[in-house]
Design a protein around this ligand. Structure first.
Ligand code: SAH
Length: 263
């Protein structure tokens, strides 16, 4: 009988290939099969072994070409056939990434998983813009929330807890509902002048940014027509945006040996 393989649940980071961890790269290079999401950039997919079977399972907010049940079944079938499966996800697999759901399903069926953490979009957006997620005197903590809601339901967030001027709020999947989010926060007392930054395609060559404030962000984001994926950082830390400009020095660094050896 074939020995079962295993599944690596890998965070690919926010986009820039050099923001992957070495563990992620190592696991990807060991794969027989690569099952990857829409948010994973082509530069990262290019690190997969040339003979690996490539299985795109991209989901987008409006359209779900491959259901979660189907993805689970693909992972299980490939691992049961004795293969090493790299399940490649954008950002971190355990932050709005369903990594733990896939791991639980596989564990129920006797397949072991291992993780490679990834730099989540919030950290990617933070490091390229220089806007810190915490900063002494401005934010004592940070909260990550999803702005996505199931069809035909209201966005059910704990506005009182989120409307805290002393913490930074990061909203994933928030474009469709940012107006409702801003109203919820202002209703619970967060100042209408609280600065908000939207970053689209953070860390990629197509990155764009918008700095606004809570009472205008819904309007401004409509005008800006930013391309997905978009992340919002809300809070006083955003006031540091212009004060702490970040130079892009990575372009001038010599090529990474680990990456260039494979390329
Ligand atoms: N697991 C991922 C999040 C997946 S949910 C992570 O840890 O980053 C998808 C949401 O992530 C998008 O709607 C967007 O809000 C955010 N996102 C992912 N990559 C991004 C990027 N490069 N720039 C801006 N937002 C991004």
């Amino acid at each position: 009988m074939t020995q079962p393989g295993k599944v690596f649940l890998i965070g690919a980071g926010p986009g820039a290939p050099d923001l992957m961890t070495l563990r992620a790269l190592h696991m990807l290079e060991a794969a027989d099969v690569v099952v990857y999401d829409r948010l994973v950039s082509a530069d990262i997919i290019a690190f997969a072994p040339s003979d690996a079977k490539m299985v795109p399972v991209g989901k987008s907010p409006q359209c779900h070409p491959v259901t979660q049940d189907r993805i689970n079944a693909i992972l299980l079938d490939e691992a049961r056939a004795g293969r090493i499966v790299a399940r490649l996800k954008g950002g971190d697999p355990l932050i709005f990434g369903r990594g733990s759901e896939e791991a639980a399903y596989l564990a129920d069926h006797g397949i072991s998983t291992e993780y490679a953490p990834g730099i989540t979009a919030a950290q990617g957006a933070s490091c390229v813009t220089g806007v810190p997620l915490t900063h002494r005197g401005l934010a004592t903590g940070v909260q990550y929330v999803t702005g996505h809601r199931q069809a035909d339901t209201v966005l059910d967030l704990d506005w009182k807890r989120l409307a805290n001027p002393d913490t930074t709020l990061v909203v994933y999947m928030g474009v469709a509902n940012i107006g409702q989010i801003a109203i919820g926060l202002m209703t619970e007392g967060l100042s209408e002048s609280t600065p908000v930054m939207a970053v689209a395609q953070a860390t990629t060559p197509d990155e764009t940014r918008l700095v606004s404030r809570l009472d205008r962000i819904a309007h401004d984001i409509r005008d800006a027509e930013m391309s997905a994926p978009v992340l919002f950082i809300i809070g006083r830390v955003v006031s540091l945006y212009a004060e702490l400009p970040v130079a892009d020095i990575t372009a001038n660094l010599p090529p990474l040996r680990a990456i260039s050896a494979n390329a």
